[in-house]
Design a binder for this molecule. Structure first.
Ligand code: NAI
Length: 444
């Protein structure tokens, strides 16, 4: 039996980042991955592929706006889905290869196969057994199905199927106004599909519990011509009639249907058999150091509780690495930032007004419009805002930025929120003029 310091099950964001950090700290690491390619959902079927498509949409936007900037161009935009798909696949492959090279040069062993627990220190894969002092479960998540509309991979699709479409559906219905549904709806609407989003609850992005982000995203969706239907239940999909039928009796023409109603954790039965505890939704319960109820076994990423985000998985990996090398500290998910990658994107970090009220916290709100920023005017990108939540003693509690490059701008404030800094840290910092980032200082 071969022995490693650490065995990691799953080569996605939580798995490969844990492997890199631990190998760099001198540990012998083995990753076991069931797919042929490394990188997990984010790299292969999630964050990266959708961002390759968003780059196409941004380019379409630039072409459409050229006239406003004084560029007279004759154009017809004809998205060629075969070429767009091939470029996305090349991008993913290039990153796959880069990641593999990094892992190889760090001395990390990788085996393809399905890992099974024999006991808390032993894993079986491809009929071989391996032992380790610590095991990290980073097996990720899968798209949920709904009973009324079951995926068939042809008419009814999940997010992975959508990202391998080589044609643009004329009519696309998206069930679920979560982040996955919204990003794919936005992409295909801008490529030419007539898109309807059907959401069961009363707002888009209801699970974020952030009304500022929800209303800003809803505005962007409507501006791009998407029909957003809230408080609606789907009864069934009719493939022959090419439509969706709602409980309200409404029928929506659909050439393809995307089901984006959430994701569930992937748990191999041997994880249950060795007694690892899960919550009612099937997520592995971990403590503040990402340890499961079995002391030497950790869990990272979507398979454990907390936001299902690649950078949260990276954070879990850092918490685990530090705990294993004896330098541990407790995790805190409160300020994990996120962005909704529409064009323009909407980004958020820290507390919202809703949470401050819920917690009885005293706070002030500062708001600033992109319309008052010189660089935004020069870009022709005056739609947007920055909203900051500040405590009575001037600590930055939270920020939402909606508008061009919001996913970049927000990063200036993240270390300040994490380190509980006061706004003076920004006020006393000279910003480059003219930039969009300057808004953060101008508004205070
Ligand atoms: P989600 O849980 O965010 O959204 C699912 C939506 O579907 C909810 O709004 C829910 O109310 C609705 N829904 C559920 N059943 C329904 C039904 N029968 N009919 C109509 N609506 C129904 O899940 P989603 O979008 O699948 O994303 C999974 C995870 O991936 C999320 O935690 C998300 O944060 C993460 N993600 C993050 C991204 C980002 O940060 N940019 C991008 C993509 C995913």
């Amino acid at each position: 039996m071969l022995k490693y310091d650490i065995i990691i099950i799953g080569g996605g964001s939580g798995g490969y980042r844990s492997a890199e950090l631990l190998a760099n700290a001198g540990k012998q690491v083995l990753i076991i991955e069931k797919e042929q390619s490394i990188g997990g959902v984010c790299l292969n079927y999630g964050c990266i592929p959708t961002k390759a498509y968003i780059a196409v949409i941004e380019t379409i936007e630039h072409i459409k706006n050229a006239g406003k900037l004084g560029l007279d161009i004759d154009y017809t935009i004809k998205p060629d889905m075969n070429k767009i798909l091939a470029r996305k696949d090349r991008t993913v492959k290039m990153l796959n290869m880069g990641l593999l090279k990094t892992l190889n040069s760090a001395g990390i062993a990788i085996i393809n196969g399905i890992a099974e627990f024999v006991n808390e220190y032993t894993i079986k894969v491809n009929n071989k057994t391996f032992e380790a002092d610590h095991i990290i479960i980073a097996t990720g998540s899968l798209d949920k199905d709904i009973k009324a509309v079951k995926r068939d991979g042809e008419f009814i699709l999940n997010s992975k199927d959508m990202l391998s479409l080589n044609s643009i559906p004329e009519n696309l219905s998206v069930i679920g106004a979560g982040v996955i549904g919204i990003e794919l709806a936005f992409i295909f609407s801008n490529l030419g599909s007539k898109v309807t989003i059907i959401e069961y609850l009363n707002s888009v992005l209801p699970t974020l519990n952030n009304s500022v982000v929800s209303s800003s995203v809803e505005k962007t969706l409507k501006l791009s011509g998407i029909n957003v239907m809230l408080n609606k239940s789907v009864i069934k999909a009719d493939e022959k009639g090419r439509k969706i039928i709602l409980e309200s009796g409404e029928e929506i023409k659909s050439d393809k249907i995307l089901v984006a109603t959430g994701r569930y954790p992937i748990i191999h039965k041997s994880i249950k058999e060795i007694g690892i505890k899960m919550d009612n939704n099937g997520f592995i319960i971990t403590d503040k150091r990402n340890r499961t109820n079995i002391n030497n076994i950790y869990a990272a990423g979507d398979v454990t509780t907390g936001p299902m985000l690649a950078h949260k998985a990276y954070y879990d990996a850092m918490i685990i690495k530090n705990d294993i090398i004896g330098n541990g500290y407790d995790k805190d998910y409160t300020n994990i930032p996120y962005a909704i990658f529409t064009v323009p994107p909407v980004s958020h970090a820290g507390l919202t007004e809703e949470i401050c009220i819920e917690r009885g916290k005293d706070y002030n709100v500062k708001e600033f419009s992109y319309a008052h920023n010189g660089r935004a005017a020069a870009y022709g990108a005056r739609m947007g805002f920055v909203k900051m939540i500040i405590s009575k003693d001037k600590q930055i509690l939270g920020i939402t930025v909606s508008g061009k490059e919001s996913d970049l701008i927000i990063h200036e404030v993240l270390p300040l929120i994490y380190n509980k800094c006061k706004i003076d840290a920004i006020i006393n910092t000279v910003h480059i003029h003219p930039t969009l980032s300057e808004m953060i200082a101008e508004m205070l």
